[in-house]
Design a protein around this ligand. Structure first.
Ligand code: HPA
Length: 281
């Protein structure tokens, strides 16, 4: 019989704990084009995903595929960063996509920042904006919790009333205004991808209340919430969603926007983690 998800997460966690030899204060998942935050940590320990038992490999350009752990400069906050994530569209199961989140939890992590690149559906958004995820719509139409229940993973029917911590969102807004940075807020809608959407789909999604669209984050957030973790979600609006402008969308543009705002993003994230990473839940 295959090992259970719980056991696989334990195996990954044991391996990582052995290498890190230190409690992780907060975990971060970096989306497309946002990988540079990992470089800003000090005394880094770098672990390629292929070396971590039960992790799969990240196959997307712009997703490096390694775990970087280190200290946030000027603090004693020990951060574990996923530089690149696994996506459903890569052909992995949602168990595989979300295993790192379960492994973090197995290592005692209860705070996580999920970031992503997203298309802007809300007409007030522009490319390069950051959006706090206030809630999500799971248009992937599949739950990572589907399957035989294992109560060691959390509840069978977990509540999703407040997936993204209200307190963390408040803190992120405070930090942004201290930095003089505009921070949008809105609903993230996740689709399976990997193709971008049609203009008609984007119009539908706008009618349904979505502000941004992407191909990740929601499975990770659902699993993290099931396990009782405190979650902050940030989207980088890398492009206007299909049909908003009369131009095609491409992955290069997504990556370029990430590079363009990289410094701002690192700054924002660092200041947020200073506030939420240090014992303060
Ligand atoms: N659609 C879906 N995913 C995305 C987009 C988009 O426009 N931009 C970045 N990720």
């Amino acid at each position: 019989m295959n090992p259970s998800i719980f056991d696989r997460a334990q195996t990954s966690a044991r391996y990582l704990s052995g290498l890190l030899n230190r409690e992780i204060d907060i975990a971060v998942v970096l989306g497309s084009g946002l990988g540079t935050f990992a470089e800003t940590l000090v005394d880094k320990i770098i672990i390629p995903y292929e070396e971590i038992p039960d992790f799969v490999r990240s196959t997307v350009e712009g997703h490096t595929g390694r775990l970087v752990a280190g200290t946030l400069p000027g603090t004693s906050i020990f951060v574990a960063v996923m530089q690149g994530r696994f996506h459903y569209y890569e052909g992995y199961s949602l168990d595989e996509v979300t295993l790192p989140i379960r492994a973090f939890h197995a290592m005692g992590v209860d705070k996580i920042v999920l970031t992503n690149a997203a298309g802007g559906i809300n007409l007030n958004f522009k490319s390069g904006d950051f959006m706090l995820i206030s809630d999500h719509i799971n248009f992937m139409m599949v739950s990572p919790l589907r399957g035989k229940h294992d109560q060691r993973l959390g509840q069978r029917f977990p509540d999703m009333t407040e997936v993204y911590s209200r307190e963390y969102r408040q803190i992120a807004q405070e930090v942004a205004s201290e930095l003089g940075l505009q921070l949008q807020a809105g609903i993230y809608m996740a689709l399976q991808g990997p193709n971008y959407e049609t203009p008609a789909e984007i119009r539908l999604m706008r009618l349904l209340g979505a502000d941004a669209v992407g191909m990740s984050t929601v499975p990770e957030a659902i699993v993290a919430k099931q396990m009782g973790m405190n979650i902050l979600g940030i989207s980088l609006i890398t492009n206007a969603a299909a049909g908003v402008l009369d131009t095609p969308i491409n992955h290069e543009e997504v990556m370029k926007t990430g590079e363009f705002v990289s410094e701002q993003f690192c700054h924002l994230l660092r200041r947020i983690i200073e506030r939420i990473g240090s014992g303060h839940k």
